[in-house]
Design a protein around this ligand. Structure first.
Ligand code: GLU
Length: 450
């Protein structure tokens, strides 16, 4: 265990003040003790030391002009973490909280997540501390163009293929792709999550949310349970939350909550998805306007949240789907879920549960699908988009969805079987981390010290 401590101490010196990054590293290293003991080659080859250091980090100025003619400056990032398994792959996040720590934790997670899919993709993440909230379409376009004015030279269909994340959807991908094409004069499959009019894949938009629900259904099936009839808590109201709710409702479960950065919505008879899509996909509005359509629903503003956590996790339900952002589910929230009889947690967001919360889930024997396994359907379908672009074909929605289900099933069985192999049956954190690690580490060894 001292190597975990030593690695974190070294990172604290070489990469100071990156709390989220240390958290992600610690969680993975915690799982690796057994495999490092079994296979000394990983220590001899300094695999851990190499894995925690990104292959390349790009940080740059993103200047742009707002609608009032004011010059604004943001900080842009792309962290190319590991390319042992394929081109760098991972999303871009535009959010005011973005900093080097957040991008590095996301990039580090992405390496293991992408490995776990079994597909040939390396791991990366990027973004900017830009707040799209309240910005006009013209401002978003100018920001995206300026961001790509630097990033274009670092990306390419066999080099690094960005996609969306929080604050980056089809509109932003469109503006970034347009500027990339203008600069390089090539129509490359360099982004995923593109519009289906010009190279996107059917099913990509739905994939993260649908995949997260498929993952929950496989966890439940092993416990002789099914989704139909279950009451579910969902946090968030972005792309992942919306398509998690859609798939839950299609499979006969009921999502009774969702949230945004201002508050939580509780609707006992089930969230009305048409209203939610209207507000979030078309009006870019706030959840409070849901009450105009459904006055019987309850809205809890952030100011009324419990001091030790989030209102969304305090309702009684069978299943929980954290689909908003990192560290949105605390130890006290996890205790509340357990006390209310929650059976399973499937994470649509990246690292939404704190380490203390994860410990509670595992101690109480909940079926717990960590984000890097449960939300991998998004990036997996991005790889299907790359495959379609490379072959100049496009597949039907049904074909993509069938592949997604198969990939999610494989991810689940890989994590479950690896956990059992290493003596901790049911611990999908351990299983996912070891299975992802083994694939990347073995590829790195075969490719030499580079
Ligand atoms: N941002 C998503 C994730 O966290 C998707 C990345 C991608 O499609 O490349 O996995």
């Amino acid at each position: 265990m001292t190597y975990i401590h030593d690695t974190i101490v070294k990172l604290q010196h070489s990469s100071p003040a990156q709390a989220e990054f240390y958290q992600a590293v610690e969680e993975v290293l915690d799982s690796l003790t057994a495999i490092l003991e079994h296979a000394p080659k990983y220590r001899q080859q300094a695999i851990i030391e190499r894995m925690v250091e990104p292959e390349r980090q790009i940080m740059f100025r993103v200047p742009w002009v707002d609608d009032n003619g004011q010059v604004q400056v943001n900080k842009g990032y792309r962290v190319e973490f590991n390319s042992a398994l394929g081109p760098y792959k991972g999303g871009l996040r535009f959010h005011p909280s973005v900093n080097a720590s957040i991008i590095k934790f996301l990039g580090f997670e992405q390496v293991f997540k992408n490995a776990l899919t079994g597909l040939p993709i390396g791991g990366a993440k990027g973004g900017a501390n830009f707040d799209p909230k309240g910005r006009s379409d013209g401002e978003i376009m100018r920001f995206c163009q300026s961001y790509i004015n630097e990033l274009y030279r670092h990306i390419g269909p066999t080099t690094d293929v960005p996609a969306g994340d929080i604050g980056v959807g089809a509109r932003e991908i469109g503006y970034m792709f347009g500027q990339y094409k203008k600069l390089v004069n090539r129509f490359d499959g360099v982004f995923t999550g593109k519009s289906i009019l010009w190279g996107g894949s059917l099913g990509r938009k739905e994939a993260t949310g649908y995949g997260c629900v498929y993952f929950a259904s496989y966890m439940l099936a092993d416990r002789k349970q099914e989704l139909a009839g279950k009451t579910c808590l969902v946090s968030g109201s972005g792309n992942v939350a919306i398509y998690t709710i859609e798939k839950l409702h299609q499979l006969g479960a009921t999502a009774i909550t969702c949230s945004d950065s201002a508050g939580t919505l509780y609707h006992a008879e089930g969230i009305n998805l048409a209203t939610l899509k209207q507000i979030k996909e078309r009006e870019q509005g706030r959840l409070t306007s849901y009450l105009q359509h459904h006055p019987e629903a309850v809205y809890i503003p952030c100011s009324d949240y419990p001091a030790d956590g989030h209102a969304v996790w305090r309702y009684k339900a069978d299943l929980a789907f954290p689909c908003a952002t990192q560290n949105e589910l605390t130890q006290a929230d996890a205790e509340a879920l357990v006390a209310n009889g929650c059976l399973a947690v499937s994470e649509g967001a990246n690292m939404p549960s704190t380490q203390d919360a994860v410990a509670i889930f595992l101690r109480h024997g909940l079926a717990y699908g960590p984000g890097k396994a449960a939300n991998a359907g998004g990036v997996a379908t991005s790889q299907l988009e790359m495959a379609q672009n490379a072959s100049m074909l496009s597949w039907s929605f049904q074909e993509v969805d069938e592949k997604l289900q198969l990939i999610m099933r494989n991810i689940y069985t890989r994590a479950r079987d690896t956990a059992a192999e290493f003596g901790e049956p049911g611990n999908l954190v351990l299983g996912a981390n070891i299975a992802g690690f083994r694939r990347v580490a073995d590829a790195m060894i075969e490719q030499g010290i580079v």
